[in-house]
Design a protein around this ligand. Structure first.
Ligand code: PMP
Length: 418
């Protein structure tokens, strides 16, 4: 990884140097150089993260929080240091506000279960939006079914923005929690979560932010947002799968009842009564994904070395370039044209099923996503079956976007020839 300074003293990175850190980017797919535009689904891992995992299993593997032996203590230190790296990265006040989970879905389920158990009753309301990922709908829907509570939905506009007027109308004394995505994985919309949280807090309603798609693209400061809960997945931010984060304000974590219990969550156990540890250990039952946590810290260090401002500026440039290129293509319609967007473009081509384009793009070495992207309510809003989605990372290039645009044209021609 190298950083170079241009004349305006803005640190910019050299994308071709950065690509060397990601071994997978030099492979071929279907005899074509890989163009990986499925970063919204998962990101590729830099050598630094891969090396950290190899080092962990080669030299350090031991269970944590339990052993007196040296390797166990070292593994515990690395795991707990990873927690501090995450704390600093998202601007949390205390390290005990950082809970390691399996990912965003697991984090949301934790809150829905624990918060729901204590705070949601018959007739209460939970608010989500029409643009949520299924992982930020189903745990709440299930909770509402169990408790005879009501799930309320903030509608979106046709450009893919939240209807803030409707949001304000939905809030009432019955509202127990608002669960909202920071960035839509399908539309790319960046939601005004800070403003939404301020509005919710003026009525003493807590807010959970699904940060799965904001953490790779934006500088997130949970204290500045004033989020009560913020969730994300390691694998979407250049770290391994199977590890994620639940940030919760200390005051909330203290009040939440247990989620899963077991080894690691206790102070003492007896058959009469067991005493539980404080957060975060109270919420981390069983042996965690130790190498995942270590890999996550390395990944966060990696993106911080690149600079989150640089990443955002470069990805914005890619988004703008791709939007221009795709807008110029006949019969292609971009789905999601919000003013504030992260580097995600969804589109449909008139008369052609997204899957057909996806298969032909794959044959040309381009990996994109097709389908509903786990956001079926968005598909219902636009009355479409699915979209083709390209999601860009800082290791992608404008040259790749050129090839991608040409590959779309070729694919459309081929389908129309049949
Ligand atoms: N929320 C959003 C906005 C997402 O994009 C995703 C992943 N596509 C999830 C939640 C779920 O993440 P995970 O599968 O890593 O738990």
């Amino acid at each position: 990884m190298t950083l170079t300074k241009n004349i305006e003293e803005v640190v910019l990175f050299d994308v071709h140097e950065i690509r060397k850190d990601f071994p997978i980017l030099s492979r071929e797919v279907n005899d074509k150089p890989l163009i990986y535009f499925d970063n919204g689904a998962t990101t590729q891992k830099p050598r630094q993260v891969i090396d950290a995992i190899v080092k962990y299993y080669t030299m350090q593997n031991a269970n944590i929080h339990r052993g007196v032996h040296r390797m166990s203590q070292d593994a515990t230190d690395e795991y707990e240091n990873a927690r501090i790296t995450v704390q600093k990265h998202i601007g949390a006040k205390h390290e005990n506000e950082i809970i390691f989970t399996r990912g965003t879905t697991d984090s949301i389920n934790l809150v829905a279960t624990a918060f729901g158990k204590k705070y949601v009753n018959v007739g209460d309301e939970i608010i989500v939006s029409e643009m949520e990922h299924h992982s930020n709908i189903l745990p709440w829907q299930q909770l509402c079914e169990e408790k005879n509570a009501v799930l309320k939905v903030i509608p979106i506009t046709d450009s893919g923005e939240l209807r803030m007027d409707e949001y304000k109308k939905l809030l009432s004394e019955k509202t127990k929690l608002i669960a909202i995505t920071h960035v839509s994985n399908t539309l790319g919309t960046v939601n005004p979560v800070k403003e939404m949280i301020a509005i919710a807090h003026s009525k003493s309603i807590p807010v959970l932010v699904d940060g799965a798609q904001s953490i790779p693209h934006l500088k997130v400061d949970v204290q500045d947002l004033d989020a009560d809960f913020y969730c994300f997945s390691g694998h979407k931010v250049y770290a391994p799968t199977g590890v994620g984060i639940l940030y919760g304000k200390e005051e909330w974590l203290k009040k939440l009842p247990n989620y899963q219990v077991g080894g690691g969550t206790i102070k003492t156990v007896s058959f009469n009564k067991s005493e539980y540890a404080e957060s975060p250990l109270r919420f981390e039952a069983g042996t965690p994904n130790i190498e995942g946590a270590i890999g996550l810290a390395v990944a966060l260090d990696y993106i911080n070395a690149l600079g989150l401002k640089n990443i955002a500026a470069y990805e914005d440039e890619l988004l703008e370039y791709a939007t221009e290129k795709l807008s110029a293509l006949d019969n292609l319609q971009i789905i999601g044209t919000a003013k504030e967007k992260a580097s995600v473009i969804s589109f449909v081509v008139e008369g052609i099923h997204p899957l057909d384009i996806g298969i032909l793009l794959d044959a040309q070495g381009v990996a994109i996503r097709t389908g509903h992207h786990c956001t079926q309510p968005i598909m219902a809003h636009y009355q479409i079956q699915g979209t083709i989605r390209a999601s860009f990372s800082f290791y992608n290039t404008k040259e790749e976007i050129d090839i991608f645009a040409n590959a779309i044209v070729k694919s459309i021609k081929r389908i129309n020839q049949k």
